[in-house]
Structure formats: structure tokens, C-alpha cells
Design a binder for this molecule. Structure first.
Ligand SMILES: Nc1ncnc2c1ncn2[C@@H]1O[C@H](COP(=O)(O)OP(=O)(O)OP(=O)(O)O)[C@@H](O)[C@H]1O
Ligand SMILES: [Mg+2]
Length: 413
């Protein structure tokens, strides 16, 4: 393959404020990029660094797929966070064919629904976007659900339907089938039930977000639509949008400057909070409470892209609302993010208590909070699950996620 070069002007937010330039190259197998802030952005009173490893300054930042072998690492963290993930990449490849560069993946996703506030323009100042279709509305969801199901089954899908799906759902990350919808001027994520689900995953996801709210965690508004059908859809409010306003977003993976499949620890996220949060005390307690919640409801998919930060102004970042927390009754009790740096990845309530000091909590306070949370979860989970349509058989199947040794320990605290 001949060496290729691509470039885009990088802008931010609804007002398309110019922040810099992204240059991209592909040479044989290797993909690489260069990002530089523009002098106009550096001189702007609103300027901030897009990520901790991209400090404001005129020197360019380089990234390359060479080191990890993962093409996604040809973009620096905040650009990776704005690019599609497994579901979106599959849609893009079905629509545009194989052989897309990471630059294509990033810029050809729908501009209106792209994660965070980054936007890309061509040399003529025109916004680059892979989709001309309007953002779907609630009434379009049933059609989209049908298309998503056909795509998952690798069935026949027209090009128009593929384009509609890629526009609606290609931008947002994650592996599960999803789309974006606009309701009352606000953007929401629609997560579809998957043909491979062995349990009512979307019912459980919405109920778990309600459970998180009930124990005092910061979880986004969520509800089910097409609730009485076999494939209900979870509707979750986008926290990187406030009406038309776009709020910059970085994953915890970007906050911790990780590459490839490198993992991390909650105490490292705590360190980022201490240095960059607009309200470190509140964010530290919130994160610690999320660890306890994760252990108690047996959420085992707490990888660094399932935690994130939204821009809080004045160069500071606040912990994003919680997302993608799913009780897993049949899994090993093993986390994807270690509680303590250097410690095993065990989902251990004792380790959470031991770590509390790194989150500004005294042991006595931590024990009390864990006990209160455990009792609330024990009392509320079956009712919340039933209210979201789970049947008695589903509850029996789910119970091991809520009734386990770590829960017993916490209930006694
Ligand atoms: N409420 C929200 N507002 C804005 N962005 C969100 C929200 N919920 C999730 N996201 C973003 O969308 C991505 C995908 O969502 P989510 O993690 O829920 O999907 P998933 O397909 O279940 O993921 P995974 O592949 O981790 O199982 C997240 O990584 C996050 O960047
Ligand atoms: Mg996820």
C-alpha cells in the first residue's frame, strides 16, 4: 500500500472553537499521527489541555501504532476516546469496506453524536462527517432495533439502513449494539438487547443504574422503551451533552496515559482526581463508593474505558456519571481495574476498606458506608429488578451477583 497522508483542523464544541491540527500518515502497516495546538487556542482565555499528556504548548505530539501494534494507538488518548469502538468499527467497515485508517474511523463517524466535544473540519472549514442523516427520534427506535438485529445476525441490510445505523450509532464506544436518539433536545444512548444475551441485560442495566442512584451514586437518568416486548431498549441520558452543548470527555485510560491493553488501579484514578478535579474530595468519595458498589453487585467489566471524566472548566475535570455497570452472576469475582496499585485484581470488600484512606476516608467512616450500602442493595435489588420486568426465574439466575461472601462481610460492617 502506498504511503498516505490525511489531515484535519481540530475544533471544539457547539461554537467550533479552533484548537489545533491533526496530521495522519500511513506507511505500509504502520499508522501514525501528529497533533499540535494552534497559537489561537493557546492565546485563548478558555484554553485547556485536551489530556494530561497533551500539555498546552506549540510543540507537536506524536502517536504511533508501532509500539503496541494496535492501530488505535496511532491516535493520542482524547482522539481515541472520540473514535468508535467495536460496534461502531464493525458498522464503519460494513459501510465503507475494510482498510479504513484510524483517521477515517475518527472523522467519518457522525459529527452530531461523536463522544465528547471534539470536531473535525477540512481545509475549507467544512465539518467532516460520515453521516448526513438527521439524529433519530424515539419513534425511530423500533426500526433501528430491527436493523441492529439484522446487522448482528450478519443478515441482508440495505446500504441506506447501514448508513442510518452508522450515523445513529457508530460514534459511541463500547461493544454492544447501540444508537443515539434525540428526545426533547437532549441526546440519549439507546442500548439494544443483543441476540446473544442469555439474560434480560438491558432491563438489568437500567435497574442497576436506578439502584446506583438509590445508594447515592451519581448515575445518569435511564429508562426502558418498548418495555413490554422481548427486546426492550435501555435509554440512558448522554452526560457529554447538555441540550446542544458538547462537553469534553476523556476516559480514565486517557487520564492515566495508558496504551494498548494496559490496565490500571483505582488508587491511580484517585491520584488523577487529586491533581485535576474541580471537587477532589467529592469525586474521591464517589469513586470509592463505586468500587464498593462494583464489588457488591458483582460488576466485573470495570476496565479503564468504563470510567471517565468530563470537562469542568478552568482546566479541571470531574468524574463522569457512572455507566456500564452490569451484575454478572456467573463470573469469577475478578475486577479489570485493581483496587490498590500493585495488588491483585480481586473484587474484595476488605481491600476496598484498606484502600479507603487513599480516597480521603477514615476506616470507621468507610466501614459504616459499606455497611449502609450493602443493606440498601440487599433490600432494594429484587424490587427494582421486578419493576423493570424481570421474572422470578431471572431473579434466581441473577441472585449470585447479589448474594455472596463479600456481601455477607459488608452486611456485617
Ligand atoms: N450516559 C453516557 N453519556 C455519555 N457517554 C456515555 C454514556 N454511557 C456510556 N458512554 C460512552 O459510551 C461508551 C460505550 O458505552 P457502554 O460502556 O455503556 O457500552 P458497552 O457496549 O456496554 O461497553 P463495553 O464494550 O465496555 O461492554 C462508553 O465507553 C462511554 O465512553
Ligand atoms: Mg463500556
Amino acid at each position: 500500500m502506498a504511503a498516505t497522508k490525511q489531515e484535519a483542523e481540530v475544533h471544539l464544541g457547539e461554537g467550533l472553537v479552533h484548537v489545533g491540527k491533526l496530521r495522519f500518515g500511513r506507511d505500509r502497516g504502520r499508522q501514525h499521527s501528529e497533533f499540535s495546538y494552534g497559537p489561537d487556542w493557546i492565546a485563548d482565555g478558555r484554553a485547556f489541555a485536551l489530556a494530561p499528556d497533551l500539555p498546552l504548548g506549540l510543540a507537536p505530539f506524536f502517536a504511533s501504532s508501532g509500539r503496541s501494534g494496535d492501530p488505535r494507538d496511532s491516535l493520542t488518548g482524547p482522539f481515541q476516546d472520540a473514535a468508535p469502538d467495536a460496534w461502531g468499527r464493525m458498522l464503519m467497515e460494513r459501510l465503507h469496506g475494510a482498510g479504513l485508517s484510524e483517521f477515517d474511523m475518527l472523522t467519518l463517524t457522525d459529527d452530531a453524536t461523536r463522544q465528547g466535544a471534539l470536531r473535525f473540519c477540512d481545509g475549507q472549514g467544512q465539518v467532516i462527517t460520515g453521516s448526513a442523516d438527521p439524529i433519530p427520534r424515539l419513534i425511530d427506535l423500533e426500526t433501528l432495533r430491527g436493523i441492529a438485529a439484522r446487522i448482528e445476525r450478519r443478515g441482508e441490510v440495505s446500504n441506506a439502513a447501514l448508513r442510518q445505523m452508522a450515523g445513529a450509532g457508530g460514534s459511541i464506544g463500547g461493544a454492544r449494539p447501540k444508537a443515539n436518539v434525540l428526545d426533547d433536545g437532549q441526546l440519549w444512548i439507546a442500548k439494544f438487547s443483543s441476540a446473544t444475551d442469555a439474560s434480560p441485560v438491558e432491563r438489568i442495566e437500567v435497574a442497576t443504574l436506578h439502584l446506583a442512584r438509590a445508594v447515592g451514586l451519581n448515575a445518569p437518568e435511564a429508562r426502558l422503551v418498548l418495555e413490554t416486548t422481548d427486546s426492550p431498549i435501555a435509554l440512558i441520558r448522554r452526560f457529554d451533552r447538555d441540550g446542544p452543548a458538547r462537553i469534553p470527555y476523556i476516559s480514565a485510560r486517557t487520564a492515566l496515559e495508558r496504551r494498548g491493553t494496559e490496565q490500571g488501579a483505582y488508587t491511580e484514578i484517585a491520584q488523577f482526581i487529586r491533581q485535576h478535579s474541580d471537587d477532589p474530595c467529592a469525586d474521591l468519595v464517589e469513586l470509592w463508593m463505586r468500587i464498593v458498589f462494583t464489588v457488591l453487585v458483582t460488576n466485573t467489566d470495570d476496565h479503564l474505558k468504563n470510567h471517565g471524566f468530563i470537562y469542568a472548566g478552568a482546566g479541571q475535570w470531574s468524574l463522569s456519571p457512572l455507566f456500564d455497570v452490569n451484575p454478572q452472576p456467573e463470573r469469577h469475582r475478578q475486577l479489570k481495574t485493581a483496587i490498590l496499585e500493585g495488588a491483585p485484581f480481586a473484587a474484595s470488600i476488605d481491600m476496598a476498606i484498606e484502600a479507603a484512606v487513599f480516597f480521603g476516608l477514615r476506616q470507621g467512616d468507610a466501614l459504616h458506608r459499606a455497611g449502609v450500602m450493602a443493606r440498601r442493595i440487599r433490600d432494594l435489588w429484587p424490587g427494582l429488578m421486578r419493576r423493570h420486568g424481570l421474572r422470578e426465574g431471572d431473579l434466581d439466575q441473577l441472585e449470585p451477583a447479589f448474594a455472596h461472601q463479600e456481601m455477607e462481610k459488608a452486611l456485617a460492617m
